[in-house]
Design a protein around this ligand. Structure first.
Ligand code: SPV
Ligand code: MN
Length: 621
């Protein structure tokens, strides 16, 4: 290999050569010569290598120890607190078809630009070469991924979040069939933060199964295995016959019954995805990304391609999220990012207690309440999109099948949105295709997880818009076909925890447990439902009984009526918005438009029949 021995030692070279994979050598050589680090360190699956990354992240200041054993804090640049959509592009060649909603850049131009930015970006730094497995080891689902990064925080995070895959690479037997992800935080300031944010670029090179990302640290931008490899996998799945989805996987266990039913759920950022996957009494397989396949028995199986959680910490409090709160406040290996630290103790927004008015945070080492940033905006205690990174097996509700190479059989799919004025808290689709329609028309009122304005209604098919790298039509068609190949088709549901009246939420955070148990019961034919134009909604008596059983709470008729009335005009407005988006797209399957038109006709007929804009569920016959 043409890399100087003073940069890549014999010992490290041997670790690479052990894999017998010419492409691995080629990639490491190419990017070492481009990025010009002073040292290349290869990390295997050995505990010693893994400990080295963790130790070094603290030594070089990318993380600092907190008072609690195993806890560390990492800060991203004040200007790098969320995914950067503006500088994220898919590199395309002329024959690659892409949706209007996908941000693209001509491939050659993109590679030229990022190569120039990456040239020498690791000067004076040590770079890590790491091997991971996306999915359980020895599994038909899984994909090998090579990560090159000069951030020990990235390396450490990935160690918590992904399965180590050095030996899996060996099993590739020299095959070129793996993803590779190259990241540099670039030049750093005295706080260890990326200096040249203006030169932040995140480019998906689908043709080469690789992602190049530079001048960033926030995990959604930097961690190759997370949202970057997600795009590569979506591209791969949509050119094959399976699905890569922005979905959690959980086991639902109704009280007093000896069964567990696995559900997946796609929710845009900050729509209650992680907290749904962690509802007390249920089990969690994964909270963010799933691969789904049609299994030999005609059932849909899914795996979590991760083994950890990079979760939003804002709002985590002992009442609403007891599992996570417990994990975050007891000793274990855990990384906090972008929260407030005072005397070695961690504080975050809405944690259910008073916060100190000074300390170190995402803004400075000596933040004080009232401090303003350079735009004159007051800086809060912590960033709203601040996060925690922890292994799933640290949770008491971890599912025993987390690492099962066959995954888990899926009997329900949930599409979660966020709106304050349209949808009911939970309903079931009329069939699989209608379920695809529901997923393809998810909307959420935006929050702080991406850069930009908050409170705007954003459209995100299957909560996957930000990661879509194929034509929307092809993606939807792939979903429809997937269902056709299944013998046991999962039921599809929609949730909206955020419906409001006079500015107040109509349901409590913990209520999602009732909706979950109702959905699981539907899978087993245990509850009747009311057919409406939007789909099947729960009956009052069933919810009343569930609220009593689960929370010993009296669920009133009035509340049910407010939550489950069908707001016809609002749904019609939503269809208009969707029509406007979808008519701009090419190659949308005709069945999708048929469902859309049927929805509209049914809603109009419903309005006529009941003579009202808002139809009370008790009136529906
Ligand atoms: C999300 O925003 O959907 C996340 C966090 O899961 S990020 O890694 O930023 O994508
Ligand atoms: Mn996500």
């Amino acid at each position: 290999m043409n890399v100087d021995q003073s940069i890549l030692s014999q010992e490290n070279l041997k670790k690479l050569e052990y894999l017998n994979n010419p492409k691995v050598l080629k990639v490491v050589e190419e990017f070492t010569n481009l990025l010009k680090p002073s040292k290349v360190t290869v990390i295997t699956d050995s505990q010693g290598d893994i400990d080295y990354v963790r130790r070094k992240a603290i030594e070089i200041g990318e993380e600092s120890k907190l008072a609690m054993e195993g806890h560390t804090i990492h800060y991203d640049s004040y200007f790098d607190q969320a995914r950067d959509k503006a500088n994220t592009s898919v590199l395309v060649t002329p024959e690659m078809k892409m949706s209007k909603v996908v941000k693209t850049k001509p491939r050659e131009e993109g590679i030229k630009e990022i190569t120039e930015i990456m040239d020498g970006a690791m000067s004076g730094k040590e770079v890590l070469v790491r091997f991971f497995c996306l999915g359980p080891l020895d599994s038909k689902f899984s994909i090998c991924a090579l990560q090159i990064t000069d951030s020990f925080y990235v390396g450490h995070s990935e160690d918590i979040l992904y399965r180590s895959g050095y030996e899996e690479f060996k099993k590739l037997n020299g095959s070129e069939d793996f993803f590779y992800l190259v990241h540099s935080a670039g030049e750093l300031d005295e706080r260890g933060n990326t200096l040249n944010i203006d030169k932040r670029r995140i480019y998906m090179d689908l043709k080469a199964n690789r992602v190049l990302t530079v001048n960033n640290q926030y995990a959604g931008n930097s961690l190759g295995l997370k949202k970057l490899a997600l795009r590569l996998a979506i591209y791969k799945a949509n050119n094959e016959d399976w699905l890569t989805e922005h979905m959690f996987i959980m086991g639902i266990k109704p009280q007093g019954k000896k069964r567990i039913s696995y559900f997946t759920g796609a929710f845009p950022s900050a729509c209650g995805k992680t907290s749904t996957a962690m509802v007390p009494g249920q089990t969690i397989v994964g909270d963010d990304i799933a691969y789904l396949r049609v299994w030999d028995d005609g059932t849909c199986h899914a795996v979590n391609i991760e083994q950890g959680i990079f979760g939003i910490i804002t709002d985590v409090n002992p009442k609403d999220d007891p599992f996570i709160y417990e994990v975050l406040t007891t000793p274990r290996e855990l990384i906090f990012s972008n929260i407030l630290i005072n005397k070695g103790k961690a504080y975050w927004l809405n944690m259910g207690q008073e916060l100190p008015s000074e300390g170190k945070n995402h803004f400075s080492e000596n933040w004080k309440l009232g401090d303003k940033d350079k735009d004159g905006k007051e800086v809060g205690h912590a960033h709203k999109n601040s996060r925690y990174t922890v292994r799933i097996n640290e949770l008491s509700n971890v599912d025993p099948n987390l690492h099962n190479p066959d995954g888990v059989p899926i009997s329900g799919v949930i599409y979660g949105g966020r709106d304050s004025d349209t949808s009911v808290p939970v309903f079931q689709s009329l069939n699989w295709e209608h379920g695809v329609y529901i997923g393809a028309t998810i909307e959420s009122e935006t929050t702080a997880a991406t850069l930009g304005k908050e409170g705007v209604r954003a459209f995100s098919p299957m909560a996957n818009l930000d990661f879509l790298v194929v034509q929307l039509g092809k993606y939807i068609e792939n979903h429809i076909k997937f269902g056709k190949r299944l013998k046991n088709v999962p039921l599809v549901f929609a949730t909206n925890y955020f419906i409001k009246e006079n500015g107040e939420f109509l349901s409590e955070k913990v209520d999602k447990k009732v909706w979950l148990i109702w959905m699981e019961g539907r899978v087993h034919g245990e509850y009747d439902a009311i057919e409406t134009p939007i789909g099947y909604i729960p009956k009052y008596e069933d919810l009343q009984q569930l609220f009593k059983q689960i929370f010993n709470r009296d669920y009133s008729i009035e509340l049910y009526e407010k939550q489950f009335s069908i707001r016809i005009n609002k749904f019609l407005e939503k269809i208009d918005r969707m029509e406007n988006i979808y008519k701009e797209e090419k190659d949308i399957p005709q069945v999708f438009f048929n469902i859309m038109n049927e929805q509209k006709e049914k809603l109009l007929a419903f309005k006529k029949k009941y003579g009202k804009d808002i139809v009370n569920p008790f009136l529906i016959v």
